[in-house]
Design a binder for this molecule. Structure first.
Ligand code: CAA
Length: 285
């Protein structure tokens, strides 16, 4: 396989950015993380080191491999550091206006033939591409959380994505030891089109008093063999992200079956965003 990708830039050092940096560095790529504050970069590097260490503990890699992977990752708050990148993956918050601002900032720095990809979980790739200077070199590369564990990556073409871009991205994902599924550019693609309405329904089940948090999660863990209950999974994904995805489905498909549960809206308004904020359906404080 002629791998055209050597240097990878990642925008956003949050949960997904850390995971993508982790698996890319383990596969031998040079990775550069960009975020708005040095504190976020430092905390991302600590998180990645912690997750690599888990893999050493469970025998999936040696300590030398952990050190080698970590040494592949740099980070900064200077967007100009993206100039040598072959592929930049935007893993910012699920908010179209934020992503558009990032593209306006990143595109002028990139090489003309660099690929810009988004890890969006739901937004239109074609619409996001129109906010860049390179729709033919833009596409969706959607990782699942936790990235080091989950085997799937969804690839999504925009209307203008060229085949060279798509095949380069496909080859890149194969080197990460992940399985690709290809989804068409419809709201929330495949995984979240199916998963998020299930989670939203679990929240309605709580809202309507059908069961407690524990009853709903136990029912789905033991009754449907899900590794996590849907409310625990919602907290893990982030309730703000869950709400954004439901809003994209509701608006994009214009069907009342996708209406976000009012309880989900209320939790997000309260700042109860799940694990990352210390409180969601469960208390993590
Ligand atoms: N980094 C590295 N390794 C990790 C990790 C991380 N962040 N998180 C977990 N692991 C490893 C653990 O070290 C452990 O490894 P070993 O088996 O080798 O010991 C293994 O994963 C299992 O972890 P745990 O024993 O701690 O816990 P668990 O068995 O409960 O599994 C889980 C945790 C993998 C998260 C599991 O509960 C699970 O699969 N949950 C469902 C996750 C899911 O549905 N993700 C998709 C979310 S949707 C999405 O991502 C799309 C979107 O756009 C919103």
């Amino acid at each position: 396989m002629d791998n055209k990708i050597k240097n990878i830039g990642i925008v956003g050092a949050g949960q997904m950015g850390c995971g993508i940096a982790h698996v890319s560095a383990v596969a031998g790529y040079k990775v550069h993380l960009y975020d708005l504050s040095q504190d976020r970069i430092e905390s991302a590097l600590a998180t990645i080191n912690g997750n690599l260490a888990r893999q050493v503990t469970s025998g999936k890699m040696t300590d030398e491999e952990r050190k080698a992977a970590l040494s592949q990752i740099t980070g900064s708050t200077d967007i100009n550091d993206f100039a040598p990148m072959d592929l930049v993956i935007e893993a910012a918050t699920e908010d179209e206006s934020v992503k558009r601002k990032i593209y306006a900032h990143v595109c002028p720095v990139l090489k003309p033939d660099a690929i810009l990809a988004t890890n969006t979980s739901s937004l239109s790739i074609t619409r996001l591409a129109s906010a860049t200077d390179r729709p033919s070199h833009f596409m969706g590369i959607h990782f699942m959380n936790p990235v080091p564990v989950m085997k799937l990556v969804e690839l999504v073409r925009g209307i203008a994505t060229d085949e060279g871009t798509f095949s380069t991205a496909k080859d890149f994902v194969a080197t990460l030891d992940k399985t690709v599924t290809v989804a068409e550019d419809f709201p929330a693609f495949i995984v979240n089109r199916i998963l998020l309405p299930m989670i939203n329904e679990a929240i309605y089940t709580l809202y309507e008093g059908v069961g407690t948090v524990d009853a709903i999660d136990t029912a789905m863990r033991l009754g449907a063999n899900h590794p996590m209950g849907p409310l625990q999974l919602a907290d893990f994904i982030g309730l703000d992200t869950c709400l954004s995805i439901m809003q994209v489905l509701y608006e994009g498909l214009a069907d009342s079956k996708y209406r976000p549960c009012p309880l989900l809206v209320k939790y997000v308004e309260a700042g109860w965003l799940g694990r990352k904020s210390g409180r969601g359906f469960y208390d993590y404080r």
